[in-house]
Design a protein around this ligand. Structure first.
Ligand code: XMP
Length: 328
């Protein structure tokens, strides 16, 4: 039997009881696979790696070593939440790596989107590799691979996005406890493991993070604008019942200034914040989410008044096709 093929008899995990059953089975399987050896995990704070972390903590406690790399392109509050949930509440063995300057220095002046992605991906592997080398007697690498990753990489649709690319001498045996699950099942399991709702029902977030939403060459100032505006958008969507209903929503800040006028009648130059909110099944095509006009106006008011350096907000009305979901 191919361990990477979901058996037809495997029941879809839709209820807390089925999640508990899966958790018990996986905890036993992990204990059997790793025994008293140590396991390393790159913990981004996304649903998949968080669920894998919680499962492994349940199975082997401090023998799981989680590495959280802050590359400076995370959303507001994310690194703090990873520390709070895993180190403070779950008592995990968590290494927090502040690599913000390292990434932003490497990205300075780089405009081309694919080059930005490559730099972020390669630097991530390098930081993770450095941390792995500092640790002694790690035998396994845990990954938040899920079933669509396996299906899509079989079809050659996407290169495996997890921590591939580690050098030969750092090849560990893999632990992939959720690799036969679909995303909705991972969420049911995450909920049963006691992870907070805003982690379990989190919208998809690209690996290069806010880096591809700070269009063109990233500057620290503009990155802060993307992050603060995104935090307001998320807060308002949550407060107005749209969290979990709209598939993906975020802000983009292009690399030019717009002309505006302040309340004293003076001319200003400021950033344009673009709001994007889309619905999709598989991210291959997407429709624009209908957001009440009053809410869009309120969000515009908040962003232009609360985020320094912004004088204009726009809403992207483009479905995919013709526009991709991200702007670059
Ligand atoms: P596009 O922009 O291609 O996005 O319509 C489709 C989905 O993929 C996400 N996305 C990425 N995810 N690394 C990722 O892990 C990337 O480089 C990347 N680029 C886009 C995007 O957020 C959307 O959900």
């Amino acid at each position: 039997m191919d361990p990477n093929v979901r058996p037809e008899t495997m029941e879809r995990i839709t209820t807390p009881a089925l999640a508990e059953k899966f958790i018990a089975e996986q905890v036993a399987a992990i204990k059997k696979q790793v025994a008293d050896k140590k396991v390393l995990l790159a913990l981004s704070g996304g649903v998949d790696s968080s669920v894998v972390a919680a499962l492994l903590i349940k199975a082997i406690g401090k023998n799981l070593v989680c590495v959280h790399v802050n590359h400076g392109l995370l959303r507001k509050g994310e690194p703090e939440q990873v520390i709070k949930v895993f180190r403070d509440e779950m008592n995990a063995n968590l290494i927090y790596v502040d690599a913000v300057d390292r990434f932003l220095d490497k990205l300075a002046g780089v405009k081309d989107p694919e080059t930005k992605r490559k730099i972020i991906g390669a630097e991530f592997i390098r930081v993770f590799e450095e941390e792995a080398r500092k640790l002694k007697d790690i035998a396994f690498l845990a990954q938040g691979t899920i079933y669509p990753d396996i299906l899509e990489s079989k079809d050659g649709v996407k290169a495996h996005h997890n921590v591939g690319g580690l050098p030969e001498d750092l090849k560990f045996e893999l632990v992939e406890p959720v690799k036969l699950l679909f995303k909705d099942e991972v969420r049911v399991v995450g909920k049963a493991l006691g992870l907070p709702d805003n982690m379990v029902y989190r919208q998809p977030f690209p690996g290069p993070g806010l880096g591809v939403r700070c269009v063109g060459a990233i500057t620290r100032e503009r990155l802060e604008v993307v992050r603060e505006a995104d935090a307001i958008l998320r807060e308002e969507f949550a407060a107005n019942g749209l969290q979990g209903k709209v598939w993906q929503y975020f802000t983009i800040v292009p690399d030019f200034k717009s002309v505006g006028v302040n309340e004293k009648g003076e001319r200003t130059e400021g950033y344009l914040v673009v709001l994007r909110a889309i619905n999709t099944r598989d991210a291959m095509t997407a429709t624009v989410a209908e957001i009440p006009f009053a809410l869009l106006s309120h969000i515009t008011d908040r962003i232009t008044h609360e985020v320094k350096g912004v004088n204009r907000v726009a809403f992207d009305l483009t479905p995919k096709p013709t526009g991709t979901i991200e702007w670059e």
